[in-house]
Design a protein around this ligand. Structure first.
Ligand code: THU
Length: 139
């Protein structure tokens, strides 16, 4: 059980907003749409989607767009993230995103992975990235 379980309404809302964000994905290269939505500890929702580029490695994942948007909006504390894709089972965040999210997440931070039918699996960032290196390791 994740450390920060969401209420039913919060879960419905991040799922809905992640699906809405997925519709805004810019993915002409892969046609693989990803939407993400964060909920802050004070109950605000911040979305992101993958943004690809003609120079392929420059593309950015939905999770990093959501976190980057939240951070530059002044948020630093988050309850959970939802990630929505068009596959089944839902996609698990890539390695780069796991490390990126780790910067702003306690080990129990829940990552809800929604599939094409709106069903989800939830895991914690600690499960996705065990024995990780984080900001507290920088003395
Ligand atoms: N992608 C994400 O945005 N998040 C994930 O968790 C997995 C992959 C994106 C990157 C790229 O735009 C497309 O999906 C295909 O890899």
């Amino acid at each position: 059980m994740p450390a920060h379980a969401l209420t039913d309404i919060e879960l419905q809302t991040i799922a809905q907003k992640a699906a809405e964000a997925k519709a805004k994905a810019y993915c002409p290269n892969s046609n693989f749409r990803v939407g993400a939505c964060l909920i802050t500890t004070d109950g605000q929702y911040i979305s992101g989607a993958n943004i690809e580029n003609a120079s392929y490695p420059v593309g950015t994942c939905a999770e990093r767009v959501a976190f980057g948007t939240a951070i530059v909006s002044g948020h630093r504390s988050f309850k959970a993230i939802a990630v929505a894709t068009d596959i089944k089972p839902g996609a698990s965040p890539c390695g780069m995103c796991r490390q990126f999210m780790r910067e702003f997440s306690p080990p129990g931070f829940p990552v809800y992975m929604y599939d094409k039918d709106g069903e989800y699996k939830v895991v914690t960032i600690g499960e996705l990235l065990p024995d990780s290196f984080g900001p507290e390791d920088l003395q």
